[in-house]
Design a protein around this ligand. Structure first.
Ligand code: PNS
Length: 161
């Protein structure tokens, strides 16, 4: 049986912590979907298509990693692609309550799909898309925190504001 995983998120934008988690999760599955939530109710810096474009470029040469968007319930997307598990990153205790709630709700909705947690590399635990956008908007240096192509898009988007 093919092992299929889903790594969901907003990815607004993707940063090096996400990339580290994908590099840890991908070898655990035959196919890993990086799944971008399409949520029109939530204001985002980048459109879903822009986020998909950046992710597809970054994982162009990564076998077994596919990039898709989803709307609606995550467990429904997981069922649609035949995933046995969803992967989330845990950076520290601050993430824990939210992740526990989400995991238990997803388990309630679809007990067949397991949620796995992975910790990022220690020097990446302080990264979040929200803080990276804030730093960049205040002209801080985000190199080393995001891939170069994301840094370029961040600077050009935030400079226009
Ligand atoms: O990167 P994020 O913003 O922490 O990712 C959150 C995400 C996309 C995983 C979460 O909001 C989600 O799964 N949304 C889909 C809607 C859903 O399934 N809600 C019920 C689960 S508790």
């Amino acid at each position: 049986m093919e092992r299929i995983g889903v790594f969901p998120g907003s990815f607004d934008p993707v940063h090096n912590g996400h990339l580290d988690l994908v590099s840890r999760a991908a070898p655990l599955f035959d196919r890993l979907y990086v799944a971008v939530l399409n949520n029109e109710a939530k204001a985002a810096l980048f459109t879903v298509d822009e986020r998909l474009g950046m992710l597809r470029e970054l994982f162009r040469d990564t076998p077994g990693v596919e990039v898709e968007s989803f709307s609606g319930l995550l467990v429904d997307f997981a069922a649609k692609v035949g995933a046995q598990a969803m992967v989330r990153g845990l950076r520290g205790v601050a993430d824990f309550d939210y992740e526990l709630q989400m995991t238990l709700m997803n388990r309630h909705l679809r007990p067949q799909v397991e949620t796995l947690f992975l910790m990022p590399r220690g020097d990446l635990v302080h990264l979040s898309s929200r803080l990276i956008k804030e730093v960049c908007s205040l002209d801080g240096d985000v190199s080393g925190l995001v891939p170069e192509l994301v840094g370029e898009q961040l600077r050009s988007r935030l400079r226009k504001r």
